[in-house]
Design a protein around this ligand. Structure first.
Ligand code: Q0Z
Length: 287
């Protein structure tokens, strides 16, 4: 992998290296997880789809917030980025009621301290998007927290700034996605502070791994929605009666091919580029 780069850590899908004191290399692999388990079968080009989408959004959201992207490497799957002091909270923005948001609403009528109207159904669109912070769990699941707790972790003024930036990013991404037939139900941002004290968008941005993408054509509230990218894999795993503990099952070639096609389709819809053009010249997404 990268010469003379120190491996700092592995995510489920990504690897992080230090290039020097100020720069990191974020490499997105072709690994795929479902039901929180990494599967033994990779999806070819998934890493390049996710990296290309992140680079696309970074280049198109600079007017909202600066970001950590320094360079997109010619392998199409590696981003050189500025090293930041990451905030110790994940910032999820939700425009629709799904996942832990739906779970918390059903139990309490609220999500992260946001009281919501009565009578909402699973997957309903919210009257307005809400910012729902979570603490980063080292292992296991992130824990939803309220704004007061987030403010106590990062400071009230910084939290207010982070909330406003995250909402603006979500609104921008959701409007763009909606115009291309994709519902951006929710998304997670990771923000950091640079050496000048400026708030900066880090990590990945508005990818199917950090967000829920739903095909707009199939949107039907009152039940869970099919995932734009992973639904074939989920359906296959469900058909096996697998207990969703590691190790996950091998995925048949036809399911891998269909899944790759869905990732590529999302890339092409959102970027309005041919994925082959990106493979030939990754810099095309930044233009
Ligand atoms: C991101 C992660 C992993 C992939 C740290 N610009 C930055 N500055 C400082 N830290 C980070 C970043 Cl992006 C940072 N992560 C998450 C972990 C693989 C991404 F193991 N951790």
């Amino acid at each position: 992998m990268p010469e003379a780069a120190l491996h700092l850590g592995s995510g489920k899908v990504r690897e992080l290296y230090a290039l020097d004191d100020e720069r990191l290399l974020l490499v997105t692999t072709d690994r795929i997880s479902t039901f929180d388990v990494i599967l033994p079968t990779e999806v070819p080009d998934k890493g390049r789809v996710l990296t290309g989408l992140s680079a696309f959004w970074f280049s198109r959201t600079r007017h909202i917030v600066p970001n950590h992207l320094l360079a997109l490497r010619d392998d199409g799957r590696s981003l050189e980025c500025r090293r930041l002091e990451m905030l110790p909270v994940e910032i999820v923005v939700r425009g629709y009621l799904s996942g832990s948001g739906w779970h918390d609403y059903r139990a309490t009528g609220s999500v992260c301290g946001h009281p919501l109207p009565h009578g909402l159904r699973e997957s309903d669109r919210l009257p307005e998007p809400i910012v729902t912070p979570a603490t980063k769990a080292v292992s296991g699941h992130d824990e939803n927290i309220d704004a007061r707790t987030a403010a106590s972790l990062v400071g009230a003024r910084r939290w207010a700034e982070a909330e406003a930036v995250a909402l603006a990013l979500y609104r921008f991404g959701a409007a763009h996605a909606e115009s291309r037939g994709i519902v951006l139900a929710d998304t997670k941002f990771e923000l950091g502070i640079d050496r000048t004290g400026t708030l900066v968008l880090g990590d990945e941005a508005l990818t199917p791994d950090s967000s829920r993408f739903w095909p707009a054509a199939a949107y039907t509230p009152g039940r869970p929605q099919p995932s734009y990218d992973k639904q074939f894999v989920r359906d296959y795993c469900e058909s096996l009666g697998w207990d969703k503990t590691a190790p996950g099952p091998d995925i048949p070639a036809a399911v891998v091919t269909g899944t790759r096609a869905r990732y590529v389709e999302a890339f092409e819809l959102l970027t309005e580029l041919a994925f082959d053009d990106y493979l030939a010249d990754p810099q095309v997404v930044l233009r």
